[in-house]
Write a protein that binds this ligand. Structure first.
Ligand SMILES: *[C@@H]1O[C@H](CO)[C@@H](O)[C@H](O)[C@H]1NC(C)=O
Ligand SMILES: *[C@@H]1O[C@H](CO)[C@@H](O)[C@H](O)[C@H]1NC(C)=O
Ligand SMILES: *[C@@H]1O[C@H](CO)[C@@H](O)[C@H](O)[C@H]1NC(C)=O
Ligand SMILES: *[C@@H]1O[C@H](CO)[C@@H](O)[C@H](O)[C@H]1NC(C)=O
Ligand SMILES: *[C@@H]1O[C@H](CO)[C@@H](O)[C@H](O)[C@H]1NC(C)=O
Ligand SMILES: *[C@@H]1O[C@H](CO)[C@@H](O)[C@H](O)[C@H]1NC(C)=O
Length: 505
């Protein structure tokens, strides 16, 4: 029988249709995934839960172990939650600027991070095998390599979720090449490059080796050989690292293994789906002021509150949304009606309202990505840790200004000057809007990307093909130190012999 061109094309369309159906993501086999997100801060947990939500939406079954309680709306679907209330005991000692003291504190904290594994709740979790075996462990990674023992215990592959740009610790875990000479570290306040960055890198490797020894000790206490594989074997077994970062738009550009996947913006793209909230009627411009969840106004001085109130009182044309948990909040609003003071504001909805002219922030990674996602310029007031470095990067990209003064002795004049400079100059808004378009320009959104790679690992039984063989090498082999020694040793020997011969002649 001869087919007409029309029927051929119909047949062709039918076939491609079938392929499209077979390829469509909808019904997948439901996997059972164990998420362990313990001893993390709330802002880190938000990233971990975003990955979980993406998995739940695909119909997977999740068992989550957390030390923080989950709110009802945070995760929905087929999820079992094991809450192990625990808080890392704080180590006393002044928040000294002395490097050695700070290191000492850090190590003492690290020693105590294994205390969680002694709790009866934790022991119960380990001793109760799940009804359906776990297909994968998703570990919220934060100086807790000893928890890789959980994957050994349940005999499943393990992927980690880190909440920032891959640091030296994640790189060495995954076997990713470290290019210190041109890749500044996210927490390095000086954003070093060149020779000083290399020296810093060597210093950091030294710290890492010490930290790893502490973690290895905790591991072998709770997951002893020969019943469990060794600590280093488990470290080498991590198959995937998801990072809450988007290298090509946020920088710095660095080599990245295929087993390290950037899922930056995963929290924000899921929040965006909620309908924007109408906060206040009218079309007044907004300023948002929040110093993050780690800062509390309850412990701050009345002068600091005064500084901000005085500065803000100079901008009556703006509605200023101030996240404030201290005393006399309503008194401030009474005195200045344009100051909206509350313990909590729907920050992402305010940012996406299109009316926000300025975001005054402490420069936490989450807030920075949020401002970038919605293209809102920032005024930075760094408080601790990596925030200074984050804000310096933000400043150098011209997305806003940073007040270098530590916010505790900031004057209201200084603050008001910075605010008026920001709102009178549109160049910050224009620059960050362009950056925002680039940030969102991706082949696939982060929720889909994360689930794709997690399903990939389960589909391919641990995806051993993703491993970098460099992880099997030790430091000497990796840096070819033995080869250099032989080559240079031979050269020196030759020169020595030649000189001897020369002298004899
Ligand atoms: C949740 O997942 C488990 C394991 O896959 C399955 O047995 C159970 O029926 C699921 N529950 C619901 C409500 O879908
Ligand atoms: C991600 O992209 C997919 C496909 O375009 C879409 O169905 C899904 O809703 C997106 N997810 C989010 C959180 O935006
Ligand atoms: C804001 O709204 C008022 C009245 O509601 C209107 O007169 C004014 O033009 C609007 N301003 C802008 C910038 O849209
Ligand atoms: C709060 O108000 C009370 C009484 O009005 C006052 O005594 C107190 O100093 C105020 N506290 C702060 C932090 O402003
Ligand atoms: C801010 O405080 C620091 C340390 O407490 C002090 O050295 C500095 O002089 C202060 N700056 C101003 C402008 O008061
Ligand atoms: C606005 O800010 C940019 C960047 O800091 C600067 O180059 C420019 O001169 C400023 N424009 C005005 C009008 O102040």
């Amino acid at each position: 029988m001869k087919r007409s061109p029309v029927s051929w094309s119909l047949l062709w369309m039918g076939c491609t249709g079938l392929f499209l159906l077979a390829d469509s993501p909808a019904p997948v086999k439901s996997h059972h995934i164990l998420g362990v997100f313990v001893n993390v801060h709330r802002s880190q947990l938000m990233v971990h839960l975003a990955v979980c939500r993406a998995l739940l939406q695909r119909g997977h079954h999740l068992t989550l172990v957390t030390t923080l309680p989950l709110e009802e709306q945070e995760v929905r679907g087929n999820v079992s939650h094991i809450l192990i209330p625990w808080e890392q005991p704080t180590v006393e000692g002044s928040s000294s600027s002395d490097l050695l003291l700070r290191l000492q504190r850090m190590f003492r904290r690290l020693e105590h991070s294994g205390d969680l594994l002694d709790l009866p709740e934790w022991k119960r979790f380990l001793s109760n095998p799940p009804n359906t075996p776990f297909d994968l462990l998703l570990l919220g990674y934060h100086f807790n390599d000893h928890l890789l023992g959980v994957a050994a215990h349940f005999n499943c592959p393990v992927a980690i979720v880190s909440t920032q740009q891959p640091t030296g610790f994640v790189n060495s875990l995954m076997g990713n090449p470290e290019e210190r000479s041109y890749v500044p570290q996210p927490y390095d306040g000086h954003q070093r490059s060149g020779i000083s960055a290399r020296v810093f890198g060597i210093w950091e490797k030294f710290i890492e080796i010490l930290a790893r020894r502490v973690l290895a000790r905790i591991y072998s206490l709770h997951f002893p050989e020969p019943r469990y594989p060794s600590f280093e074997t488990m470290r080498r077994s991590v198959v995937l690292a998801l990072s809450n970062h988007h290298m090509i738009s946020e920088g710095p550009i660095a080599p990245l293994l295929p087993s390290m996947v950037d899922v930056g913006g995963i929290v924000l793209e899921q929040q965006r789906k909620k309908t924007p909230l109408e906060i206040s009627a009218g079309n007044r411009s907004l300023i948002i002021f929040s110093l993050g969840t780690r800062f509390t106004w309850r412990k701050s001085t009345a002068e600091l509150v005064q500084t901000f109130t005085k500065a803000f009182s100079r901008f009556p044309d703006y509605d200023i949304y101030w996240t404030y948990d201290g005393p006399n909040g309503s008194a401030i609003s009474l005195d200045y009606p344009h100051l909206k003071v509350a313990k909590w504001w729907p920050q992402s909805q305010l940012l996406q309202s299109g009316r926000t002219r300025l975001f005054i922030t402490h420069g936490g990674k989450g807030s920075l990505s949020e401002a970038l996602f919605y293209g809102v310029p920032m005024l930075g007031l760094p408080l601790i840790g990596d925030q200074r470095a984050n804000l310096q990067r933000m400043h150098s990209k011209n997305w806003g200004l940073t007040l270098s003064t530590y916010s505790r002795n900031l004057t209201h004049l200084e603050l008001a000057k910075a605010i008026s400079r920001m709102i009178s100059n549109s160049s910050y808004g224009e620059t960050i809007l362009k950056a925002s378009q680039m940030y969102r320009d991706r082949p696939m959104n982060s929720s889909d990307l994360a689930t794709y790679w997690i399903e990939y690992i389960v589909r391919h039984k641990g995806a051993k093909n993703l491993y970098n063989p460099a992880r099997q090498l030790n430091m000497i082999e990796y840096h070819c130190i033995d080869i250099y020694l032989i080559v240079y040793g031979f050269l020196i020997l030759t020169i020595a012999i030649l000189r001897k011969v020369n002298r004899l002649l």
